[in-house]
Ligand binder design. Structure first.
Ligand code: KG4
Length: 336
């Protein structure tokens, strides 16, 4: 079964082709236009998707070595995401599905992140067994999900305010670093002292997360220190990054560890843009190694937004007989 996946939920235009979960191509056009603004500008994102989508899809089909007539179904990101961006991918997918007279499959972007672990680069790729616990950490979400099957995912906990990625990006922004700050903090953290600064940690019940207190305490530290030394940020960049990253990892691992213990599940995975973070990857790996738990750490390429994960999630739905109507609108928030 050959599936074409199309992703356009935020600022990456991506198209991928899979054959029974085996990856044939995965083309991603990242939008640089937002860097000057310190965050994604929705209207600019939609326009860039419009420019990119035709060449990106053509290239994915070309690299896969198939003809568009070979495609059995088109899987597209229906939401959540930026409305304008979603509209571009949704409208394009509908047009192509109509032209080729093939079914459309709507995919929840977050399911895509979780199911990225089922992208096979060859026949030997090992995939997680069900049920597994997934820590989904991205620019917009921080969730602990019990994945019972590709069709059955229970959210055990989630952020009540900011997401982990937002904590990275917003703190980086106040340090004067470009967007997105996550990867830069990750790099800087290698040279800094993670114990140098203490930032506040949340005390909330259950498996939920909160990152807004950390963000505020980071901001207050900078404000107070800058009064004493105007060069404070420049002189302490690496240790600020290392301490911030350590705090975010501790917060993430505290609840994820609790969920692992309480459920007794022996297979875990991480997903989403923040799972590219070297400290997060190491922390999960170490936690699991010590306890005999199998950890699935995705390739960095599959952590941020990509269409390969959308194609795989679509593959599972299509196999299950789930397609979507040509009139289906995109959803900015509602989870499908
Ligand atoms: O999954 P994603 O591409 O977008 C959403 O669907 O939200 O994640 C983007 C987020 C951004 O906040 C970015 O700063 C963060 O992932 N990120 C990282 C790293 N690479 C990407 N955060 C920390 N360390 C990284 N290495």
């Amino acid at each position: 079964m050959i599936i074409l996946g199309i992703e356009s939920s935020c600022d990456d235009t991506s198209a991928a082709v899979i054959k029974d979960c085996i990856l044939l191509s995965n083309v991603i056009a990242s939008q640089r236009v937002h860097e000057a603004y310190g965050g994604v500008v929705p209207e600019l994102a939609s326009r860039a998707h419009q420019q990119n989508i035709v060449p990106v899809v053509s290239e994915a089909i070309r690299q896969a070595g198939i003809d568009k007539k070979d495609i059995d179904a088109i899987a597209f990101t229906r939401g959540p995401g930026l409305p304008g961006s979603l509209h571009v991918g949704t409208a394009f997918s509908k047009g192509l599905a109509l032209a080729l007279n093939i079914p459309l499959v709507d995919v929840n972007h977050l399911h895509g992140h979780v199911l990225a672990h089922f992208i096979k680069e060859d026949e030997n790729t090992v995939v997680p067994e069900f049920p597994f616990l997934c820590l989904l950490i991205s620019g917009g979400n921080s969730q602990i999900i019990k994945v019972n099957s590709p069709y059955d995912m229970e959210i055990m906990g989630q952020t009540i305010d900011d997401a982990a990625g937002e904590a990275f990006d917003k703190c980086a922004k106040v340090m004067g670093l470009p967007y997105p700050g996550g990867p830069i903090i990750d790099q800087l953290a290698h040279e800094g002292d993670p114990k140098r600064f203490k930032f506040s940690r949340p005390h909330i019940e259950g498996y939920n997360y909160s990152f807004s207190g950390l963000k505020t305490s980071f901001l207050y530290t900078l404000r107070d220190q800058l009064k004493l030394n105007p060069n404070f940020i420049e002189e302490n960049k690496a240790s600020l990054a290392a301490s911030l990253q350590k705090t975010i990892i501790d917060i993430l691992m505290d609840k994820f560890g609790k969920a692992i213990k309480d459920t007794g599940i022996k297979t875990v995975a991480i997903a989403g843009g923040v799972s590219a973070n070297s400290g997060v990857r190491e922390a999960v790996q170490q936690y699991c190694e010590r306890r005999g738990i199998k950890a699935f750490i995705p390739k960095r390429l599959f952590t941020t937004d990509n269409a390969a994960m959308i194609a795989v999630a679509g593959y599972f739905k299509f196999k299950n007989g789930e397609t979507c109507d040509i009139t289906a609108p995109p959803f900015a928030r509602v989870v499908i």
